[in-house]
Write a protein that binds this ligand. Structure first.
Ligand SMILES: NC(=O)c1ccc[n+]([C@@H]2O[C@H](COP(=O)([O-])OP(=O)(O)OC[C@H]3O[C@@H](n4cnc5c(N)ncnc54)[C@H](O)[C@@H]3O)[C@@H](O)[C@H]2O)c1
Ligand SMILES: O=P(O)(O)OC[C@H]1O[C@H](O[C@H]2[C@H](O)[C@@H](O)[C@@H](O)O[C@@H]2CO)[C@H](O)[C@@H](O)[C@@H]1O
Ligand SMILES: [Mn+2]
Length: 440
């Protein structure tokens, strides 16, 4: 098995320890030669880089480990790029959440005006990353998790139309699958999804067990009778428990399919708004929770010079999925994952240029998506309006167009009213002046 060189972009992320741990537990599926962490923030990354050295020394001493803020060193001779950057950091995530909320609009990392603002920030750094990687590692696979993955995916497809080694992915479908598997007491690895939609905007139409039986009806019945909790509920903050609970409401109103949790913001914006605290958002929860825990634990490990009694490196869906997706490509395993790809006829009644989220077999040549066929009017209507929002957002960036930005926000289901769209756009322009292009 070939030994791979990996670079993790956003090495200072709180998800990095879990991904590194997953690398050490998947060496039989995904062999490693060198792992490099790359970040623009040296101070943030140092502690996780030192943790990485201890972890690999103990678990996989043959693998070389480095961390750097030098792009040349990071991106040269790489086989896989795992990308999870956050342009503007949590200071800007806070603005994405709190500015809309102060105006009576949904404030969320990837949805509505917050997702729009984050999208315009991410495109710039993601374009630069792809250009830098391609200049030093022309054939590397770029596996991108950076949000908002819907807007980033659409932008990269527009900016690099010939590049067929960029794959945008979200771990929410896998995480939902794990939670469904727990509900029906089944091994998640024996379940195969059928799924369609956009990122953070899709539905499971069926979930087949190893005998080819669709277990989605059984899952729906359990949720409708007893509610829905994430598989790792004990590790979750209250906002995530509230989010999972909304799946029951969505199923009651729209029983056809199992919805992605993020649809709650688009289907019930007024209700969600009434539950969100404009002074204490998800950013505050993460700062007071995951962020403190992960960095304190990494510091403790570095001080003790061992990971042996550590809890920080728990394996959740995110780390496992990132590594297993890379393994499926590297070793042509052709396993099924829900990924983001150009439609090109997969959903026969949507335009070719929509970046859809869909189940695909993943092998050496990348994703081979499974055909979906024609979708019903309700789903088609929702997807087309959301796609129009995403497309206009990308065009606003590329063309520096204020008009297209205003059109995008007006189309978003969490806003609708053009006067509200203009007000939030103007406030977001001011807050993002260090990151966005000037919109004329
Ligand atoms: N697709 C998914 O399902 C999924 C799941 C989890 C997280 N994410 C995404 O992963 C990203 C990281 O999330 P986080 O909560 O850990 O954020 P974070 O701020 O804790 O970590 C991100 C890191 O990226 C670094 N960074 C910022 N700009 C960079 C650049 N241009 N080049 C290299 N590094 C850069 C930051 O310094 C920081 O250390 C976000 O985009 C988040 O939305 C996606
Ligand atoms: O609010 P955050 O920073 O905690 O998370 C935002 C991310 O939420 C989803 O990711 C889930 C993930 O699916 C699950 O495996 C587990 O790791 O929890 C995460 C949430 O805490 C979403 O898919 C991502 O796109 C978001 O970035
Ligand atoms: Mn996601």
């Amino acid at each position: 098995m070939k030994k791979n060189n990996i670079v993790l972009v956003g090495g200072g992320s709180t998800w990095t320890p879990g991904i590194l741990k997953a690398m050490t537990t998947h060496l039989d599926q995904f062999a490693l030669n060198k792992v490099t962490l790359y970040d623009i923030d040296a101070e943030r990354q140092n502690i996780i880089g030192e943790f990485a050295k201890i972890l690999f020394r103990e678990e996989a001493p043959d693998v070389e480990v480095a961390y750097t803020t030098d792009k040349e060193e990071a991106y040269r001779d790489v086989d896989f790029v795992f990308c999870q950057m956050r342009t503007g950091g949590f200071d800007m995530r806070e603005q994405d959440e709190k500015i809309p909320l102060s105006m009576g609009l949904i404030g969320q990392e990837t949805c509505g005006p917050g997702g729009f603002a984050y999208g315009l920030r991410s495109i710039r750094d993601m374009e630069e990353m792809v250009k830098d990687v391609r200049s030093l590692s022309p054939n590397a696979w770029i596996l991108n998790y950076t949000n908002p993955a819907a807007i980033v995916g659409l932008a990269l497809d527009k900016l690099f139309p010939e590049d067929d080694r960029i794959l945008n992915i979200c771990d929410q479908p896998v995480n939902l699958m794990r939670s469904y598997a727990k509900l029906i007491d089944h091994d998640v690895n024996k379940l195969e999804p059928e799924y369609f939609g956009l990122n953070h905007y899709g539905w499971f139409t069926a979930i087949y067990d190893e005998n080819g039986m669709d277990v989605a009806p059984k899952i729906k019945e359990i949720v409708l009778n007893g509610g829905f909790r994430p598989v790792d509920a004990e590790q979750r903050d209250q906002s995530w428990l509230d989010t999972y609970a909304m799946v029951e409401d969505m199923l009651r109103d729209f029983p056809d399919y199992l919805p992605n949790t993020y649809l709650q913001y688009y289907l019930y914006p007024d209700y969600k708004l009434s539950t969100l605290d404009p002074d204490y958002t998800r950013t505050d929860e993460v700062r007071n929770g995951r962020e403190q825990k992960v960095f304190a634990e990494c510091e403790r490990i570095v001080k003790n010079d061992t990971t042996q009694d550590s809890k920080v490196v728990h394996n959740d869906a995110h780390g496992d999925m990132m590594v297993e997706v890379a393994a499926s490509i590297a070793n042509n395993l052709r396993k099924t994952y829900v990924v983001i790809v150009r439609n090109d006829g997969i959903v026969s009644n949507l335009d070719d240029d929509v970046m859809i989220e869909v189940a695909a077999s993943l092998g050496k040549n990348g994703p081979h998506p499974y055909s979906v066929g024609k979708i019903d009017t309700f789903y088609k209507g929702l997807i087309e309006s959301q796609h129009a929002f995403e497309k206009l957002t990308v065009e606003a960036y590329v063309e520096n167009s204020y008009t297209k930005a205003l059109q995008a926000l007006t189309l978003n289901r969490t806003i609708v009213d053009a006067k509200k769209a203009r007000k939030v756009l103007d406030a977001l322009i001011e807050a993002n002046k260090d990151y966005w292009p000037t919109l004329n």
